[in-house]
Write a protein that binds this ligand. Structure first.
Ligand code: SF4
Length: 214
């Protein structure tokens, strides 16, 4: 059984898959406490679902693209089994993980979006760096959520130190909603010479920052 906060169909708001129809399986619980977290409603509650009942709901939505997210989806061990089942049933699977839990043992058909925590999140010391070594350049993406210039400078140093431009399919630079001047961030990115991609959370522009599950 897995503890699930919500399962819904929407469009993908982030990553290189932004704009595509996508079913989201949002698992409950997270061991992290990023200060700007926009998913605090996942920390507690949720309902218990068997993998079969999750698959039935996912199938009913009719989207080939499925994202397993949270909370921290990999904090529940059975999430690895769910991801394997989704892949085996022919879904294209994205796993958005906060880089605290090891991705070792994850089905290799799933695409990882690794959210490397920057200092302003308050959780940067808990980054699990071995996950970076498992990134595959044709499959996996890296995300940095940026709250201020210090975070941007940190992201740049991590990108260079860990050679993320060659190690990942895309490097996503995502501003904390409402906290950072978007034009300033765009200028930092444009002048950086780095092969990174500024991403805005499309779903928040469509439905607003406080609406989830659409
Ligand atoms: S890892 Fe994600 S869900 Fe967990 S506290 Fe940070 S932003 Fe929120």
């Amino acid at each position: 059984m897995l503890r699930v906060t919500e399962i819904f169909r929407s469009i993908q708001g982030e990553s290189t898959h932004a704009g595509r129809p996508c079913t989201f399986v949002r698992l409950t619980g997270c061991p992290m406490r990023c200060v700007w977290c926009d998913s605090e409603y996942t920390f507690t509650g949720g309902d218990h679902f068997s993998i079969d009942s999750i698959m039935a709901l996912v199938n009913s939505f009719g989207c080939n693209l499925v994202e397993v997210t949270g909370g921290e989806p990999l904090a529940q061990k059975e999430a690895f089994t769910l991801i394997e089942r989704l892949c085996s049933d022919g879904f294209e699977v994205l796993v958005e993980t906060g880089n605290y839990v090891s991705t070792e043992g994850l089905d290799p058909r799933a695409k990882v979006i690794l959210d490397i925590k920057c200092p302003a999140s308050g959780e940067e010391p808990r980054n699990y760096w071995s996950n970076v070594e498992r990134l595959r350049p044709d499959m996996d993406e890296v995300k940095f959520v940026i709250a201020d210039e210090g975070d941007w400078n940190y992201a740049k140093s991590v990108i260079k130190e860990h050679k993320l431009e060659t190690r990942s399919k895309a490097i996503l630079i995502s501003p904390v909603w409402g906290q950072i001047d978007l034009q300033a961030l765009a200028e930092w990115i444009a002048g950086s010479g780095l092969n990174v991609r500024m991403q805005l959370q499309l779903h928040k522009y469509i439905w607003g920052p406080d609406v989830h599950g659409v």
